[in-house]
Design a protein around this ligand. Structure first.
Ligand code: 13P
Ligand code: SF4
Length: 354
């Protein structure tokens, strides 16, 4: 539906009044009505880098989810205030690993005698606490666009990797890109004693995968890949690495949101694509590339939006911008100094990856 013209005018006016004092970042999964007001758009990696790119902006309005806003706060100076237009924009995957559970897991690894040779690698989609844990134990953060480089680095530092919290990204990267076997990976279940693993299993494993997943990407299935191939002969299946291993194995290409966009930009006229990622992005791409005669469909019509990404809508954005324009900082995301110190260490290791 077209955006309410009154809200569009108010967002424009507030942004104009703020000028260079505000910098609006938008993740690719955001609604069209929000993306319209983003100064930059990107995948998680690009946005983490871009957050620090405008030090003169007093306010960073982060149109994305909570862990992204936290990362922006960690990577920018204290003079910049990060605002998340709706505090309910969390991430179900990030919520699957709490600081207590991860500390307990580390105790289990210590008990099994493997902690010393284990390097934590945490997906960007995790809380600042988990990032701080990662930094404290000599590990790095990764995103879907640099997971391979992060694992290569980690296996240079130690013998095993504890991958948090997305088991699928961890498994897909290890098996598809690093040549590990599926049997080299074990899943640590935080809801079971000792993660549901024996000390021997922990000693034998190369990848210890946290039992987390994305509730959106986890819904694409092997059947959806088969069905779309039948329905659209010649279709290229392109999916995000948060999808299950069997889906990724059956796809033609795999990559981050930024990779998906670049691939479609470079695709020849007349090509056909089924995309397995969040619906706002897929719809936007389908509309954008229809003019170039590229057919783009959603991989599975029963999967829907990321509900937390969708929490950021035009009314919330207008409220945040108008409040800032009036001198009130609302919904500030601020990581405490101790957490920030170690989380920053882990994030900076990622930014320094070759
Ligand atoms: P990208 O890193 O590909 O943007 O994916 C992030 C994501 O899934 C956010 O939930
Ligand atoms: Fe989290 Fe999945 Fe939504 Fe990304 S798409 S924010 S991983 S729930």
């Amino acid at each position: 539906a077209p955006s309410d013209p009154d809200l569009v005018a108010r967002a424009r006016a507030a942004k104009e009044k703020l000028g260079d004092r505000v910098f609006v970042l938008g993740h690719h999964y955001q609604r069209d009505e929000v993306i319209e007001f983003a100064d930059v758009t990107g995948d998680s990696f690009k946005l983490a880098r871009d957050a620090a790119a405008r030090p003169e902006a007093e306010y960073i309005v982060f149109c994305g989810v909570h862990f992204m806003a936290e990362s922006a706060d960690i990577l920018t100076s204290g003079a910049q205030q990060v605002v998340l237009p709706d505090l309910a924009a969390g991430c179900s995957m990030a919520d699957m690993a709490s600081a207590e559970q991860v500390a307990e897991c580390w105790d289990v690894l210590t008990e099994a005698g493997v902690a010393e040779v284990t390097v934590p690698v945490s997906y960007m989609n995790s809380s600042a606490d988990i990032k701080a844990f990662t930094g404290r134990h000599g590990g790095t953060i990764c995103t879907s666009s640099n997971a391979k480089r992060a694992l290569e680095w980690a296996f240079g530092e130690g013998e095993k990797v504890l991958f948090l919290p997305d088991q699928h990204l961890g498994r897909n990267t290890a098996v598809r890109e690093m040549g590990l076997a599926l049997e080299d990976c074990v899943v640590y279940n935080p809801h079971k004693p000792n993660g549901g693993l024996t000390a021997q299993q922990l000693r034998d494993a190369k990848m210890i995968l946290w039992r987390g997943h994305c509730s959106v990407h986890g819904r694409f299935s092997l059947d959806s890949v088969r069905e779309v191939r039948e329905r659209i002969p010649g279709v290229n299946v392109l999916v995000h690495p948060e999808c299950k291993h069997e889906v990724v194995a059956a796809a033609d290409q795999v990559g981050s949101t930024e990779y998906i966009i670049k691939t479609l930009e470079a695709a020849p006229r007349g090509s056909k694509w089924a995309i397995g990622t969040e619906l706002n992005l897929v719809r936007r791409l389908a509309n954008r590339f229809a003019a170039e005669d590229k057919e783009i469909v959603f991989l599975d019509r029963t999967v829907c939006f990321c509900s937390t990404m969708n929490r950021i809508d035009l009314p919330h954005l207008v409220w945040a911008l108008e409040s800032l324009a009036d001198g009130t900082v609302v919904n500030r995301i601020e990581v405490d100094a101790e957490t920030e110190k170690y989380a920053k260490l882990a994030l900076e290791r990622m930014l320094a990856l070759p």
